[in-house]
Write a protein that binds this ligand. Structure first.
Ligand SMILES: Nc1nc2c(ncn2[C@@H]2O[C@H](COP(=O)(O)OP(=O)(O)OP(=O)(O)O)[C@@H](O)[C@H]2O)c(=O)[nH]1
Length: 433
């Protein structure tokens, strides 16, 4: 069972092209739902006046920009805010040349992605790309914020035209829930307050929508996956002499004492004999035994038998084991300036395992104009493509459609440690694109 706090929490990400108004929209949202501190408002007022202009909402979110100017690399920053009804975590993806990288990072855990379109420009290539990424990552809800609606005279036909274009794309990309909202981030229309200038629109404001949207499926109801991060074996002379436990974060499902489990990749069956959690208090750290733990909790699991368990092992429900594989069909978002070619040798980071991998085949790339798959011999920066990989170690992996944690991975350059791609494991039929 999730706690009331977990139930109310909604993860958001924003996406849009440069100057579509992301910073202004986020600033407006935070300001109008009173999530901004008074001293921040006073500061923005002073800076805006010094520049001889009106209150600049983008300044409320531009702290990041200042940090970037100092050379600190921040691709995605997380902001927390709350209303009476709900708490939010917003992955703020600044306008940047590496759009896809930021969007993938921000949207990978998002419940809702807000895709901005400038009402004057309509759907652009970036919009298609952002929609494709949201579809691939199976973000449950997409908000199409048709921004700068004030600059097209609050014209209903313009809004409807863009909403229709996006709804057609969403159908092709298998995105089932798109809510189009006409907004002016600058004026504040339909962000928190209903606009008097769009009387033809009877849908929710952005905040109303966000306060009522449901999150991703409850991952604690899925089969157990517990990737082992560390093996704990104190080998001291005290009561913990024979202690052997496996720490990690429950990726999905629930683990309870007495559960029948299988340890992968070895495939040995055993049962859970104990679950411990460190409790830190004023008097020090103690170990508390727990009857069970749910997805998202970091615990130490003890097993009834002394098996070969190491970092990278995955403890899974005995009646629902994914097995292991050394070959994967996957969809990649290629995030590097260095193109991918067949035969490339890389590292794959999948849950707590890192192993060598080789790209054996490139099956095609997504054509953003037609949204079909076209032949490709390589993948370039921001391309989305289908590949086959051979891996040096067996992975306990699920298709992304059934588990977004054990179904996803990163590809890393073995020489310099740079992240090259984010990958999602295809269904058996390879139906991701
Ligand atoms: N008229 C009008 N102007 C807007 C609106 N939203 C944003 N703007 C203006 O558009 C410009 C770009 O807005 P930003 O919020 O900086 O855009 P952005 O998408 O965050 O830009 P980057 O962070 O550089 O990607 C600014 O001059 C804003 O004042 C709107 O709804 N109406």
């Amino acid at each position: 069972m999730s706690t009331p706090f977990q139930r109310q929490l909604l993860r958001l990400a924003t996406a849009g092209s440069v100057d579509d108004g992301k910073s202004t929209l986020v600033g407006r949202l935070l300001h109008d739902c009173k999530a901004i501190l008074a001293d921040q408002i006073a500061h923005v007022q002073t800076v805006s006046e010094a520049r001889g202009g009106d209150f600049d909402f983008a300044l409320l979110t531009d702290g990041l920009r200042a940090e970037r100017e100092q050379g600190i690399t921040i691709d995605v920053a997380y902001r927390y805010f709350a209303t009476d009804k709900r708490s939010f975590i917003l992955a703020d993806c600044p306008g940047h040349v590496q759009y896809t990288r930021n969007t993938v990072t921000g949207a990978s855990t998002a419940d809702v992605v807000i895709i901005l379109v400038d009402a004057r420009h309509g759907v652009l290539e970036q919009t298609r790309r952002h929609l494709a990424v949201a579809g691939l990552l199976r973000v449950p809800h997409v908000v199409l914020a048709v921004n700068k609606i004030d600059l097209v005279g609050y014209d209903e036909a313009v809004f409807k035209g863009i909403a229709k274009d996006v709804s057609q794309l969403a159908d092709q990309l298998d995105i089932s829930d798109v809510q189009a909202i006409p907004v002016s981030a600058l004026v504040g229309d339909n962000v928190v307050e209903q606009s008097a200038s769009t009387t033809w629109y009877d849908g929710p404001t952005l905040l109303e929508y966000l306060e009522s949207a449901t999150g991703r499926d409850d991952i604690s109801a899925r089969p157990l996956r517990f990737p082992v991060q560390y093996v704990i074996r104190p080998q001291t002379d005290d009561e913990y002499r024979d202690y052997r436990g496996y720490t990690g974060t429950v990726a999905s499902g629930t683990v309870s004492v007495g559960d029948q489990v299988i340890v992968l990749p070895a495939g040995r069956r055993t049962s859970v004999s104990g679950i411990d959690r460190a409790v830190i208090s004023a008097t020090g750290t103690a170990v508390a035994e727990r009857p069970s733990a749910v997805a998202g909790e970091a615990v130490t699991v003890r097993l009834a038998d002394d098996l070969d368990v190491a970092r990278g092992s995955v403890i899974v429900a005995a009646d629902s084991s994914p097995g292991t594989r050394r070959e994967l069909s996957a969809t990649l978002c290629w995030l590097s300036e260095r193109p991918l070619t067949v035969g490339a040798r890389l590292l794959i980071k999948h849950t707590t395992t890192t192993a060598q991998a080789i790209v054996t085949k490139i099956n095609g790339a997504l054509d953003l104009d037609t949204l079909g798959v076209i032949d490709a011999t390589g993948l370039e920066l921001n391309d989305i493509g289908k590949v086959q990989l051979k891996i040096a170690a067996p992975l306990a992996a699920d298709p992304y459609s059934s588990n977004n944690i054990t179904g996803s991975f990163l590809l890393i350059d073995a020489h310099d440690g740079w992240t090259l791609a984010a990958g999602m494991i295809d269904d058996e039929e390879g139906e991701l694109l």
